[in-house]
Design a protein around this ligand. Structure first.
Ligand code: UD1
Ligand code: CA
Length: 456
């Protein structure tokens, strides 16, 4: 049967006390709305319509790569009103629509599939996902009749004393038969404590017109929604521990999962060991057998086999196998570091290529450069890539030995098999197989101190 999804993402999220729309707050490095869209796609739902309103442009911007449709809800008059605003999207479709609150990122694919199957096989016109919470405060309560059949959903603020005691709550995730949903929308009103059009009222509307409504009860964790910063951190903690567990099951050692922060899309191969304080984000890939000592941040980067990294920052770059990085190295975007390379302490590399077996052991800046294989950088080398107006490129051939405290004033070329004397400021090409010395000769003035009467 045809399926599409609506994601409710128009609300401001007052309780977040934020300038940003709620659904773009991140959980484990990814916006909540994108977690939800990704989940839809994993559950084989191709057509996704995101209902936007507050901060519409920002929500569009963060979802731009997801290939979704948008419906605009100019004023936020409630979750039911949000669906009314998506009427055009639904009108020419027939089948099942899955409706999702954009602020509940913990639902899993299996549950969505189970819910759709239950909905379609049972011929229900609506199916809700519910769960039992110890503390149901703030959630809509599921009211069932004596036979246990779902009757209606009552929002927390509209509950009677008795209804407040119900611990089964609405997750904000539903399957609806599209035609039945469209028919029911006209009957929604805002006669309630919040003067809003509640989507949850659709349940009673469908029941009243003699249609069947089903419910699937799932683990409470999956239904947790985010309304406040505190809930954001609770959801983060749960997702973090799920992600870490998944990697440990795949053969990754995580010394302290409570202090290891891995984004949802990060891939890690077996026998990698991760010490506390590591933050791995975006589309990062860590290959087999790496060791990440404490306190690194790695974003959108590929780390090849058996790399060792200590207390460093690596952004949008790739590191070759058997290379060591850090402590305290900073590898900036668009860098490509070869195999068996050493990038040591207080080394910054920006938009540069470093060939295999090259050593950059300490206190060095390499920017906009192409460095060959088996080079050695002495301590304190600086690639002078910026003249105050523009950036220039430096090219260094294979087997070059760059003496300590060398400045390479770009654009400049250092050819293969060369030596540069310590303290040189290189402004012209260093030819193949040669030694360059670019510094003033030393002058010794004997007995100068005595003659000046400066002896102590
Ligand atoms: C909603 C449900 C409640 C359920 C809870 C689960 C309703 C009336 N209540 O309550 O039964 O237990 O979710 O988390 O549906 N939104 C819009 N437009 C609006 C209002 C909201 O797009 O006009 C979006 C929000 O951006 C958010 C989602 O809908 O992503 C849920 O809205 P929220 O205000 O958080 O609903 P709850 O009060 O939590
Ligand atoms: Ca909510």
């Amino acid at each position: 049967m045809y399926k599409c999804a609506l994601v409710l993402a128009a609300g401001k999220g007052k309780r977040m006390k934020s300038d940003l729309p709620k659904v773009i707050h991140k959980v484990c490095g990814k916006e909540m709305v994108n977690h939800v869209i990704d989940l839809m796609r994993k559950s084989d739902i191709k057509d996704v319509d995101v209902i936007i309103g507050k901060g519409a442009e920002i929500v569009k911007e963060v979802t731009v790569s997801k290939n979704v449709d948008y419906s605009l809800q100019p004023e936020q008059w409630g979750t039911g009103h949000a669906i009314i605003c998506a009427r055009d999207y639904l009108e020419n479709r027939d089948g099942t629509v899955i409706i999702f609150n954009g602020d509940a990122p913990l639902m899993v694919e299996d549950t969505i599939r189970r819910c759709i199957k239950f909905h379609e096989e049972g011929n229900y016109k609506a199916t809700l996902i519910t769960s039992i919470l110890n503390d149901p405060t703030g959630y809509g309560r599921i009211v069932r009749d004596v036979n246990g059949v779902v009757k209606k959903i009552v929002e927390h603020k509209d509950c009677t004393k008795e209804e407040l005691k119900i611990t089964e709550v609405n997750s904000g995730i539903y399957c609806f038969d599209i035609k039945s949903l469209l028919d029911g929308l006209d009957k929604l009103d805002n006669n309630n404590a919040q003067k809003e059009y509640y989507l949850t009222d659709m349940i009673q509307i469908l029941k009243d017109s003699g249609k069947d409504v089903g419910a699937v009860v799932v683990d409470f964790e999956e239904t947790l929604g985010v309304n406040s910063r505190e809930q954001l951190s609770e959801v983060e903690k749960i997702m973090r521990s799920r992600i870490n567990k998944r990697h440990m099951e795949n053969g990754v050692t995580i010394i302290d999962p409570n202090c290891t922060y891995i984004g949802d899309d990060v891939q890690i191969e077996r026998d990698t060991i991760i010490y506390p304080g590591n933050v791995l984000e975006g589309n990062t890939i860590i290959k087999e057998g790496c060791t990440l000592y404490p306190n690194s941040r790695i974003l959108d980067s590929t780390i090849n086999e058996r790399v060792i990294i200590q207390s460093s920052v690596i952004l949008e770059s790739s590191i070759g196998s058997n290379t060591t990085v850090g402590p305290f190295a900073y590898i900036r975007p668009e860098s490509s570091i070869g195999n068996n390379v050493r990038v040591g302490d207080f080394v910054e590399i920006k938009k540069s290529t470093i060939g295999d077996n090259t050593k950059v052991s300490h206190l060095t800046y390499i920017g906009d450069a192409e460095v060959g294989e088996s080079c050695n950088f002495g301590c304190g080398t600086v690639v002078v890539n910026y003249d105050g107006k523009a950036k220039y490129k430096t090219v260094i051939g294979n087997n070059s030995f760059i003496g300590c405290n060398t400045n390479l004033v770009s654009p400049v070329e250092v050819e293969d098999n060369t030596y540069i004397a310590a303290g040189s400021t290189i402004t012209e090409t260093v030819k193949k197989n040669s030694l360059a010395i670019a510094r003033a000769r030393q002058v010794n003035k004997e007995e100068w101190v005595t003659k000046q009467g400066l002896n102590k």
